[in-house]
Structures are given as structure tokens and as C-alpha cells.
Design a protein around this ligand. Structure first.
Ligand SMILES: NC(=O)c1ccc[n+]([C@@H]2O[C@H](COP(=O)([O-])OP(=O)(O)OC[C@H]3O[C@@H](n4cnc5c(N)ncnc54)[C@H](OP(=O)(O)O)[C@@H]3O)[C@@H](O)[C@H]2O)c1
Length: 338
């Protein structure tokens, strides 16, 4: 019997998670939740995904738009083994009572507070911690990118201290209300940014300081990373370690990829759906050691790196596979890894 998955919130993250669920041999997408009949609701119908209304008073609007509903989100949650909440930040917290009422385990996204849930999740960092938990948060795009990078460094060399400056995109391509438009903002201006404490929800003991900026770009985030290791490997050894990891993509010098624009082009040329890049993209040439200090640059595709993590979190929560098995299955079915 395959895992019956509901996706509540069919926007940037939700539509990608829904597509990824459909690719899994051990899962079935029972439906997606929407508040209104816009082009994304049309897309769900076109894809053959049962559509459920999140707000009962608006059922008529779907009828008027000629979009057939399968029912209400309440009914969808009742029929699911697990629900992936991909609603805007803060709405997940409002939905928690509904999921609890139906006794349906729920995954939330990185926009929700860590204290909403029993466990914050990253597949490489703490897969097993989520097993049997009712409320689990798949950490944000940036925290996912940092966790994937720090996990192998920690286990292979030990991390004395990580210092990361995150140059963050102002908004996603469709977020017309976001900025800055022509500025560079220290954001937040006081230290630390929330990312360091968020990494500590996955690795409680890790010493990490993070600083954030926002720039007028929509493509990807870029991290400038400095990690003081507890040993002194050479740069080639670190590169080899990172190269061996799932979901870390080392950009070769010969590719002539000089930034996020070229990375997106690279992904689109390889027919990635929506130009998605599920992997951390680390410039191999940037991997440098100065004594025990490691330096590197990585780019993170904010709209998609959490998608395979959501799929793994479903299996982790339900105890449907161990970490290695799940990560391998997700990567294979989605085509993760260039
Ligand atoms: N985008 C990113 O870069 C990114 C990366 C990592 C994590 N996240 C996190 O993922 C979560 C979702 O973000 P997103 O970027 O996917 O947001 P989004 O693009 O705005 O999508 C959220 C969707 O939820 C729907 N929605 C709103 N209220 C709802 C409700 N009560 N019930 C059901 N659906 C509802 C909205 O569609 P309708 O109102 O039209 O139905 C909207 O399309 C947030 O926690 C965010 O922090 C985002």
C-alpha cells in the first residue's frame, strides 16, 4: 500500500513537492489544497491532481471558474497518511490544529518557527530524529544548503567554528511584491541572522555565526563560507569529500559557470523541470584551505533544494525507509545529481 500524501498549499514549494511525490513508487498524491481558482489551480487540474478547497466559503469561486473540486482540505487531510503543508509562512502554524484533529502527521516548511514542531529535519543531518514525530519542519532553503555542507565536514574533520555570509535573493521570480529593487541591504543588520540558530536545530552542538544580506536578484542565494576545522586536510581532500556527497554538485572550472545566471542556464539546458537545481552548487576552484580554515562559495536554488528533503521527510516520519535507502530512491526518481 503506497503512502497517501496530501499537499496543502500549491505554490512555489507545494507544486514542486506534488510533482516529486508523483514520481515516487511508494507514494500516491491524493490531492492538493488551494484557496482560490488561479492559474496554479488550473495547473493542478491539468496535471490530474485532485483539487481541494482550503476555504469552504470560496467553493463557489471554483465552480464559477469551471474548476472541479474533489472536496475540502479538511476531507483531504482526513484521507491522508501524511500532509505536506506548503502554505505561506505562518499559515502552517494556523493549520496545525486541523492536522492534529485528524491525527495526520504533518510536514511544515522553513518559514514556520522551529518551536511549532517536534523536530526540524534535514535528510543528511538528522533523518532518524523525525521517525514517529507528528509535526516536523523541513528547514529553509539556506539552512538545508548549510546542513548538507556542514554534515560531512563535521563527521570527517570536526568543525571548530563555521562563519557564513549569506547573500540572499530579494524574492522569487514570481514575487512581484519583494525587493530591494536597487539596493544592497544588510539583512538583518544585527548579528546573527536566523540561519545560524536554525542550523542548530539540526546540529545543536555546532558553533556557527551567520550574517545575511539581501540583493536585487531572484535567481539563487550565494553563501560565502569559512569553516575552521579541527584538522588540516588539504583543499584537494576536502573537494574529494564534498564531491562524494549526495546533493552537493561541484562546479568544474572548465564549465565556465561564473554565477547564478549561468547555473540556471546549465539546469535549463539539461531539461530540469522549471530550471530547478536541487543540489548545493559549490565552485570547486573556491575550495581553499588556510591552515585549518576552509573557504568556499556555494549557490543555493531557493525554490527547489528543499523538495527532495520533503520527500525524504515523508519516509522518515512514517518509518518507511532508512536514510540511505530513502535518499537514494528520491535522487534516482527525481534525477538529482548532474
Ligand atoms: N520560495 C522559497 O524560496 C522557499 C524556500 C524554502 C522554503 N520556503 C517556505 O515554504 C513555505 C511556502 O513558501 P512558498 O514560497 O511556496 O509560498 P507561495 O509561493 O506563496 O505558495 C504558498 C501557496 O499556499 C497557498 N495558500 C495560502 N493560504 C493557504 C491556505 N490557508 N491553505 C492552503 N493553501 C494556501 C497560496 O495559494 P492560493 O492562496 O492561491 O491558494 C500559495 O500559492 C513557506 O514556509 C516558505 O518560507 C520557501
Amino acid at each position: 500500500m503506497s503512502i497517501q500524501v496530501a499537499v496543502n498549499g500549491y505554490g512555489t514549494i507545494g507544486k514542486r513537492v506534488a510533482d516529486a511525490v508523483v514520481l515516487q513508487p511508494d507514494m500516491e498524491l491524493i490531492g492538493v489544497g488551494k484557496t482560490r481558482p488561479n492559474h496554479e489551480a488550473e495547473l493542478a487540474i491539468e496535471n490530474g491532481y485532485p483539487l481541494y478547497a482550503a476555504i469552504e466559503d470560496r467553493i463557489e469561486q471554483f465552480d464559477d471558474a469551471g474548476l472541479e473540486l474533489a472536496g475540502t482540505v479538511d476531507e483531504m487531510v482526513g484521507a491522508a497518511d501524511i500532509v505536506v503543508d506548503a502554505c505561506p509562512s505562518g499559515i502552517g502554524a494556523q493549520n496545525k490544529a486541523l492536522y492534529a484533529e485528524h491525527n495526520t502527521p504533518a510536514l511544515y516548511q522553513g518559514g514556520e518557527d522551529a518551536d511549532l514542531v517536534d523536530v526540524s529535519f534535514n535528510a543528511r543531518g538528522n533523518f532518524e530524529d523525525a521517525t514517529g514525530a507528528d509535526h516536523v519542519r523541513v528547514v529553509s532553503c539556506n539552512t538545508t544548503g548549510l546542513s548538507r555542507l556542514l554534515a560531512p565536514l563535521q563527521s570527517e574533520y570536526g568543525v571548530e567554528k563555521a562563519r557564513v555570509t549569506l547573500v540572499r535573493r530579494g524574492g522569487d521570480p514570481a514575487q512581484t511584491d519583494r525587493g530591494p529593487i536597487n539596493d544592497i541591504l544588510p539583512n538583518p543588520v544585527s548579528l546573527p541572522s536566523h540561519h545560524g540558530p536554525d542550523v542548530n536545530t539540526i546540529f545543536p552542538e555546532l558553533s556557527i555565526d551567520t550574517l545575511g544580506l539581501k540583493v536585487p536578484a531572484t535567481l539563487m542565494h550565494t553563501h560565502s563560507v569559512n569553516v575552521t576545522l579541527e584538522s588540516t586536510p588539504d583543499a584537494a581532500a576536502v573537494a574529494e569529500l564534498l564531491d562524494e556527497q549526495d546533493r552537493l554538485f561541484l562546479i568544474e572550472e572548465s564549465f565556465d559557470i561564473d554565477g547564478a545566471g549561468a547555473l540556471k542556464e546549465f539546469a535549463m539546458d539539461r531539461n530540469r523541470p522549471r530550471g530547478d537545481i536541487w543540489e548545493n552548487c559549490i565552485w570547486r576552484e573556491s575550495i581553499s584551505m588556510e591552515g585549518s580554515d576552509l573557504y568556499l562559495f556555494q549557490a543555493i536554488h531557493q525554490e527547489s533544494d528543499v523538495v527532495p528533503e520533503n520527500i525524504d521527510a515523508i519516509r522518515a516520519v512514517l518509518g518507511a525507509a532508512d536514510a540511505t535507502e530513502s535518499i537514494e530512491r528520491t535522487n534516482e526518481t527525481m534525477g538529482v545529481g548532474f
